[in-house]
Design a protein around this ligand. Structure first.
Ligand SMILES: [Zn+2]
Length: 155
């Protein structure tokens, strides 16, 4: 799933948790649940595996998620922002380690024992939606992001 829904849902779970450690854990759990839903990843948005474009989409996606969090949580208490931060970090951590470090920063990471294990764990919970079902793949991400935005309003 794209990073924006992971950041938004993770932050919402973090705020609900009322505890930084549980916030991170809840954000991490939300990552697994979101990855189980049918969705399109950056790879689906490119015809061939063009890593330059995939990197660019990932950076824009990450910045969009952070910008939305800043806008949506503006004026909240420091405690709420901390919970949102830990939740968002939990929601983002799996993609950070497996994709950012494993694909871009340290390409041999997945060849290490821990890197292989993390990638296998990540893939185990990952639904691979065929590109022809891209509407469903986008709809799940829009719905989860929108749900988080509504939740921020009530939290
Ligand atoms: Zn993931």
């Amino acid at each position: 799933m794209l990073l924006t829904p992971h950041l938004l849902v993770g932050a919402a779970c973090g705020i609900v948790s009322r505890n930084p450690l549980i916030a991170f854990s809840a954000g991490f759990a939300s990552h697994i649940i979101l990855d189980l839903l049918p969705h399109c990843d950056q790879d689906h948005l490119c015809y061939k595996k063009q890593f330059g474009i995939i990197k660019l989409i990932s950076v824009i996606d990450f910045l969009l998620g952070i910008a939305l969090l800043c806008i949506l949580l503006r004026g909240r208490s420091l405690y709420t922002l901390q919970l949102a931060f830990f939740g968002a970090c939990g929601g983002f951590s799996m993609d950070f380690v497996d994709n950012f470090i494993g694909k871009f920063l340290w390409p041999d990471f997945r060849k290490t024992k821990i890197g292989r294990w993390i990638h296998a764990f990540h893939e185990y919970f990952h639904t691979h939606t065929p590109p022809r079902k891209w509407i469903l793949g986008i709809a799940t991400q829009v719905a989860s992001s929108f749900g988080s935005i509504v939740a921020f309003y009530y939290l």
